[in-house]
Design a protein around this ligand. Structure first.
Ligand code: E4P
Length: 217
């Protein structure tokens, strides 16, 4: 499973990237706001740091303007994936931009039908939002499973990018179902390493080791 990190914070991306945990990055207008940075500048820095796809989102809502913004964002670096909302205009822009050989991440997906139509428009990635469905008491994991089944039925190559991940269980369930990629905030990725029995076991080992009076170095 590929790991994308869902942030525009350079230090957090760099720390995870040094550990080989970053196969790509996703940003959105809210994350750019949170970073306090200029979108073009911060996205360029991220692209310089990370080899994999870096999603940068358009903010226009009409297809022509989305295409113009998408082309400008794609000029930042070859590894930009233009992020487009799952609207009819977004699908038009998706078809055109992927036809130009650009990567496109279709975002704000909340149904398998939306994912189906994004695949038909040539999307490189589809981003179903798990957490935001959970927020309204709909099981986001069912959506990931539905999209996996639909794409596998017909051999669509659009990659399922499980997004709006809020917990380590979302990561595990997405991996079980077979999402191609998951994108999560840095703190969720770090929590994947945590287990209370690891902490408890280490505490016991260190306590026993101290009693031996030995040193290794
Ligand atoms: C990623 O592409 C999405 O923008 C992100 O995962 C949304 O997450 P949120 O629902 O926690 O804001």
């Amino acid at each position: 499973m590929k790991f994308f990190v869902d942030t525009a914070e350079i230090d957090a991306i760099a720390e995870l990237n040094d550990l080989g945990m970053v196969d790509g990055v996703t940003t959105n207008p809210s994350l750019i706001l949170k970073s306090g940075r200029d979108i073009l500048e911060v996205t360029k820095e991220i692209c310089d740091l990370v080899d994999g796809p870096v999603s940068a989102e358009v903010v226009a809502t009409q297809a022509d303007a989305m295409i113009a913004e998408g082309r400008k964002l794609a000029e930042i670096a070859p590894n930009i994936a233009v992020k487009l909302p799952l609207t009819w205009d977004g699908l038009k822009a998706c078809k055109l931009l992927t036809g130009e050989g650009r990567m496109v991440n279709v975002t704000l997906c909340f149904s398998a039908n939306q994912a189906l139509i994004a695949a038909k428009a040539g999307a490189t990635f589809i981003s179903p939002f798990i957490g935001r469905l959970d927020d309204i008491n709909i099981d986001g994991m069912d959506l990931i499973a539905d999209i996996r089944a639909v794409y596998d039925n017909y051999g669509y190559e659009t990659q399922i990018l499980a997004a709006s991940i809020r917990s380590v269980n979302h990561v595990l369930e997405s991996a079980r179902i077979g999402a191609d990629v998951m994108t999560a905030p840095p703190d969720v990725i770090k929590k994947l390493a945590a287990h209370p029995l690891t902490d408890k076991g280490l505490e016991q080992f260190l306590s026993d080791w101290a009693k031996t009076g030995q040193t290794i170095l």
